[in-house]
Design a binder for this molecule. Structure first.
Ligand SMILES: *[C@@H]1O[C@H](CO)[C@@H](O)[C@H](O)[C@H]1NC(C)=O
Ligand SMILES: *[C@@H]1O[C@H](CO)[C@@H](O)[C@H](O)[C@H]1NC(C)=O
Length: 370
């Protein structure tokens, strides 16, 4: 990190990196300041992602917000509430299966970096990061669907995640598969937050189903990249794999106990004013009421509140539970501007070596290696 792109404004001074002082940034951006990002000289200093470049190039929507809406403060947006469920300590098939799957996946990943997850609030630019990662040689899965275009609803790299895993339940007898929403929906309804411990969750069966899900989809992706590598010679030799889905952020408290330090999480953040005014409101519409435990109205202010509270919570969780080598918060505006430090930070997170990095990333205008 810390390189600059030769030329004017963007490259020099503060703001080159993309992973520092985020909490302060986040709080300031949401709560008080409404200074519009300056997209100074972005065109002239673009660290270009070859091939993927066009997709990363879109500019933020312009978005104005009146003062009243902006004065809302992020503090107090995230409240811990005790579970309303009765504690139950379960023995039985759901537990045995979870224990077994966790054991198997940990053994499998012993010499492997594990998956790279890309998440955040929908419409933040996770797709752009997916393209960047593919370009850096990470198998993001979507090549398995040649000719099928990603849709606004999902990208094909997240199919395994969305399809879920075979489930071995205890009491929920009719559950033969478990998908992400089977896990996070009841949790949001009960706890109104996305960071929790097993003890706080209290519903043992749900916990084990979450573990089964995460262990199994990781297992499927691990084998998928090995399959893909036979035909796809652009992949990094250490067979890195990952996927993007904004809602991975909702399953982080399962990823950590199941995979330990064998996963990485890229938290994509886009200016909340753009997200709140954007057309993709799926996450807000689907989750807001459960998340806050009250009826959400589809207004700009409430969408902004949701953006702020959820991003802060994800960020706090990431900082508390994941080390610097495991968690990266990425402002999509930095990436769009092509800040060298930003692409570099992603590469560092993946532990890519210099030769590999410079074979994939070049500075467009100057023809300079970044
Ligand atoms: C939201 O975006 C539209 C354009 O898509 C724009 O006309 C409108 O002014 C924006 N609203 C706010 C509050 O920024
Ligand atoms: C995951 O599920 C697949 C079936 O989809 C199964 O073949 C595999 O053994 C499971 N692996 C683990 C670790 O759960």
């Amino acid at each position: 990190m810390g390189e600059t792109v030769e030329g004017s404004g963007v490259g020099s001074g503060e703001g080159m990196g993309c992973s520092h002082a985020h909490r302060a940034w986040l709080t300031a951006a949401v709560a008080v300041t409404l200074l519009w990002w300056q997209l100074l000289g972005a065109e002239q200093n673009t660290a270009w992602i070859e091939n993927g470049g066009t997709a990363l190039q879109h500019k933020s929507l312009s978005c104005t917000l009146d003062g009243a809406a902006a004065k809302w403060s992020v503090e107090g947006g995230v409240k811990a509430t005790p579970s309303t469920l009765a504690f139950q300590e379960l023995e039985g098939p759901c537990r045995n299966e979870a224990v077994e799957r966790v054991k198997r996946i940990r053994l499998l990943l012993e010499k492997d970096a594990g998956p790279v997850l890309v998440g955040g609030i929908g419409d933040s630019g996770t797709r752009g990061v997916q393209i960047l990662l593919s370009h850096l040689g990470v198998d993001m899965g979507y090549k398995n669907h040649p000719g099928i275009k990603d849709t606004v609803f999902f990208t094909y790299d997240s199919l395994v995640f969305m399809n879920g895993a075979p489930a071995v339940p205890c009491d929920r007898k009719d559950l033969s598969r478990v998908g992400p929403h089977d896990v996070y929906d009841p949790i949001l309804k009960d706890l109104h937050r996305i960071s929790f411990t097993r003890e706080e969750l209290q519903d043992d069966e749900l916990w084990y189903l979450g573990e089964q899900l995460v262990a199994n989809i990781t297992w499927q992706m691990y084998w998928q990249v090995r399959e893909d590598a036979r035909v796809d010679k652009s992949l990094h030799p250490s067979l890195l794999f990952g996927f993007k889905h904004p809602r991975t952020a909702l399953l982080l408290p399962f990823y950590k106990p199941v995979l330990g330090d064998k996963f990485k999480f890229i938290h994509v953040l886009r200016d909340g004013r753009d997200v709140a005014n954007g057309s993709n409101r799926q996450m807000f519409q689907g989750l807001c009421s459960d998340y806050f435990g009250r009826k959400c109205k589809n207004t700009l202010t409430q969408r902004l509140e949701f953006w702020a509270a959820m991003n802060l919570e994800v960020h706090n969780w990431g900082r508390e539970h994941l080390g610097a080598g495991q968690y990266l918060m990425l402002r999509i505006e930095d990436l769009i501007e092509g800040r060298a430090g930003c692409v570099r930070a992603v590469s560092d997170l993946l532990d890519l070596d210099e030769v590999w990095y410079s074979s994939r990333v070049t500075a467009k205008r100057q023809g300079r290696r970044l």
